[in-house]
Each structure stands twice: as C-alpha cells, then as structure tokens.
Design a protein around this ligand. Structure first.
Ligand code: IFM
Length: 462
C-alpha cells in the first residue's frame, strides 16, 4: 500500500502562547492564571515559569522561518487571552492583536496555514473573581474575547480551535489543583468542564458569524480506554473511564448531549443533579457547531474496576499496562494503533472529520558533538503515528491534518522545562534553536506528502 497522503492534508506543528512566548508584560499584557500559579512555591517542578520560555514573542519571525524550513503547511499557535483582554473584560489591547496579525500574515506569506487556538489555558487572572471556568459568567467573557480576535483575524484565518483539552482544564485545573488556577474541588471541576464546552459553543457562533469560511473545532485530549482484563467489571470500568474522559466531550460536542451513563456517575459523585448546572438549552448550545474535532492523542489508559472512596470519585483506576510497548522518557506508553482506532471511531460514531491537533512524546535528547540532535525515538514515534493516521484514512476516516506537539521544546506546565517535546531543540539560556533529526525527517515527509518505508539516513538542511 502506498504511504502517500491525500492532497491538501495539513502537515504541521503546534505550540501555545504561555508555553513559548515569554515577554509577559509586553504590549499591555495582563496577568494570567498561569502567572499566578507559577508564583506559588512548589507548584512547578524546578520552580520555572513562562517569563522567558522560548522567547517566541520577540523571536516570532525566527519561528515562522522554522515553519518554512520544515516545509510545514500549517502552524497551530494560541492567542494569549490576557494579551487581548488584559483584565478579562472591557478594553481590548490592540497591541496584543497587532502581534498575532503580524504572525498570521507572515505565515500566510510563507504558504503556511495558521491554526489558531483561542484558549490554551492562559485565562486573565481577573476572571477568577467569578471562579474562572467554574463560574458561568466566564462564558460571556470568552465570547467577548472571541469577538475581539475574530474582528482582527477572521478575514484571514480559516482554522480555529476554541478550547484546548476541556477535560484536562477541568481535571488538572479544578479537580486536582495541579494546574492553574490550582482549585481542588470536584463540584468546581464539573462546572468548569461544562462552562468550557459552553464557551466552545459561544465562540463557534462568533467565528461562524464573522466568516463563512471559518472551520471551527475544539481540541480534545482523547485517551482510548482498554480494560485491564476481560473480566466484566474491568470492561465496565473501561467504558466508564471512556465516558469520563472521551464521551462526555465527544457526545456533547457532536450532537448527542451528555451520555446517560456518565451523567449517573457524576450525579453519584457530586451528590446532586447534573441539571443543577446544565440548564435547559445548554446542550443544544454546545452541539452541532463543530466543523471538525481536534484530536490531541498521546497514549491510552488501561483501566481496572476499583471501589469509590475519599480519593476516588469514580469506580475505576488507571493501571500500568503490561504490554511490551515502548515508552517515552515521561513513561507514557507509545501505542500508535490506538490513534488509528480512535480516528476511525470518530468517523464511524460521530460522522465528523478530525484533525490530529497534537501528538508527540517526551525525549530528552540534546545536541551531541556534531551539533545535531539524534532523537531516534521521537523519529520512530512520529513515523509510527503517521502510519496510524494513514491507516485510519485508508479505513475511511476523514483526517484533515497532523500537527506534531511541539514545534519547539517549551514550558511543560507543572513539569517546568525538563520534558522536551520539540521537533526543534531550544537551548533555554540562549534561545538558540536546533532542528532535531525528527524535525529534519518530518520536513522531508511534509515536502513530499509521503512516508519512507524505513528510517532513512538523515542529513541537515543546506
Ligand atoms: O504541553 C501540553 C499541551 O499544552 C497540551 N497538550 C499536552 C501537551 C503535552 O503534555
């Protein structure tokens, strides 16, 4: 079978504002919840923050050059919410929008399609007065923000991601308190998840109204859930976990409303009705507004039945897979076939096109004596997942593109700067960028639209 991808397939890479930009006070930017969270002692491994990161706010032209050097047809980045609405509501900071307009124009000049994320977690701090995403009024604030961005960019941007990883926002930000805003409260987590989805609906309406060309989706962190054993209780646990992580979001966005089985799990865990939060008209305001679904895929979950208790809201737990799959340096199991099945499932069960908006892994390789970064394991991960995408397309899934996470090594949230996800190595003290071997190979794949049969010899540009 040929491993050539369809014409028009978007080959790209992704980043986000807080993780790469630095320059946290430039051009009138306001404080974001991540500025507050990183200031908490012990919140971030190594005590890092986003104040410099990859310095991309100043080096944006270098990053666009990298996109061009890598022959990428698409670049996903996020608009810094607090650069546009420094206090969450009210005056729009045009200097922030000027920056993103320059970036978009430079990408378009190089033939690269911008894929613009509105919320990649850096909410203006002021919105915490109303509880952040746990407060319903944040949906209105997000609508205002979407309008401000659309006013400047909708005439030239087609591809939009409203929300990045609603489940992770809810879980890490509001249930476990491991990400900004550092809230640990199940009720707040439930509300946050719902309001993030309502925010998607609101922003999608704004973007569709602003341009008839707009293609709008949310990027979901999807984790295929496999039972630890064939026992019926483990199978039920895997299905429950799938409801919690995947179906809650897919079903709500793609037209079926929140799934009944997971509603029951939430009601037991919360001790009150889902409909105390989900008002009449909310589900229709979320559904039917997605032109595609963004798939952020890294690994699967292997799930076993477990009793609920003070530390366990739902009757399952994630266990270590016993299969002999390779793992990234962060210990994440590498399972490309699960991506293939996921993409096929989205087509069959939801009938919607998908885009791989993130995929990648942590590999700590840095420059060696020859000045190059021989990250063989990232290269293998990349090829394995691209083959999986190709198989999914062959099985009928409409996969619009593949955006590797990430273009650059960057600030990995609570894990600081230790995990490296980039196709391009960043030397943080100097900001120097070095394209890794994985990036060199990806450039050739993006240029030709074809996968090599085996790992080829990799030569630097020039
Ligand atoms: O770095 C993150 C990104 O911000 C959201 N998706 C997962 C990535 C790797 O953890």
């Amino acid at each position: 079978m040929s491993t050539t991808f369809p014409d028009g397939f978007l080959w790209g890479a992704a980043t986000s504002a807080y993780q790469t930009e630095g320059s946290l006070t430039a051009d009138g930017r306001g404080r974001s919840v991540w500025d507050d969270f990183t200031a908490r002692p012990g919140a971030v491994e190594g005590g890092g923050d986003g104040s410099i990161a990859c310095d991309s706010y100043r080096r944006w032209a270098d990053d666009v050059q990298l996109v061009a050097d890598l022959h990428l047809g698409a670049y996903r980045f996020s608009v810094g919410w607090s650069r546009v609405l420094p206090t969450g509501r009210g005056p729009v900071e045009q200097r922030g929008l000027d920056h993103y307009e320059r970036l978009v124009d430079a990408l378009l000049e190089r033939g690269a399609t911008p894929v613009v994320t509105l919320n990649h977690w850096d909410m203006p701090s002021e919105l915490m007065r109303d509880g952040g995403w746990a407060g319903r009024s944040t949906v209105d604030a997000f609508g205002e923000y979407a309008s401000a961005v659309a006013d400047r960019l909708a005439d030239r941007v087609t591809w939009w991601i409203t929300q990045n990883e609603p489940w992770i926002v809810s879980l890490l930000g509001y249930q476990l308190g491991l990400h900004a805003p550092g809230v640990a409260d199940l009720d707040a987590a439930f509300r946050a998840a719902h309001h993030v989805l309502l925010g998607h609906g609101r922003a999608a309406d704004v973007l569709h109204a602003a341009s008839g060309r707009a293609q709008v989706g949310a990027a979901l962190s999807l984790f295929p859930c496999d039972p630890a054993t064939d026992a019926p209780e483990d199978r039920a646990a895997a299905w429950g976990s799938d409801g919690y992580v995947n179906r809650w979001y897919l079903d709500a966005l793609l037209g079926q409303g929140y799934p009944a089985d997971m509603r029951a799990h939430w009601e037991r865990a919360l001790g009150h009705g889902v409909d105390d939060v989900v008002r009449e008209g909310d589900e229709p305001a979320i559904a039917g507004r997605s032109d595609f679904v963004g798939v952020n895929y890294y690994t699967r979950r292997v799930v076993a039945a477990a009793p609920v208790g003070p530390d366990r809201a739902f009757p399952w737990r994630v266990v270590t897979a016993t299969d002999d799959n390779p793992r990234s340096d962060e210990g994440w199991e590498i399972v490309p076939d699960a991506l293939r099945d996921l993409l096929v499932r989205i087509e069959r069960e939801y009938g919607v096109p998908s885009m791989v908006t993130e995929n990648g892994g942590v590999f700590g390789d840095g420059p060696t004596h020859d000045g190059r970064v021989h990250d063989v394991r990232r290269t293998e991960l990349l090829l394995g997942h691209l083959r999986a995408v190709h198989h999914a397309i062959g099985a009928g899934a409409r996969v619009l593109g593949y955006l590797h996470w990430s273009l650059l090594d960057n600030f990995e949230w609570a894990l600081g700067y230790r995990p490296r996800f980039g196709l391009v190595h960043v030397d943080y003290p100097t900001g120097r960028r070095t394209v890794k071997d994985s990036g060199l190979l990806y450039a050739e794949i993006a240029r030709t639209g074809t996968l090599p049969d085996r790992l080829p010899a990799i030569t630097p540009f020039g």
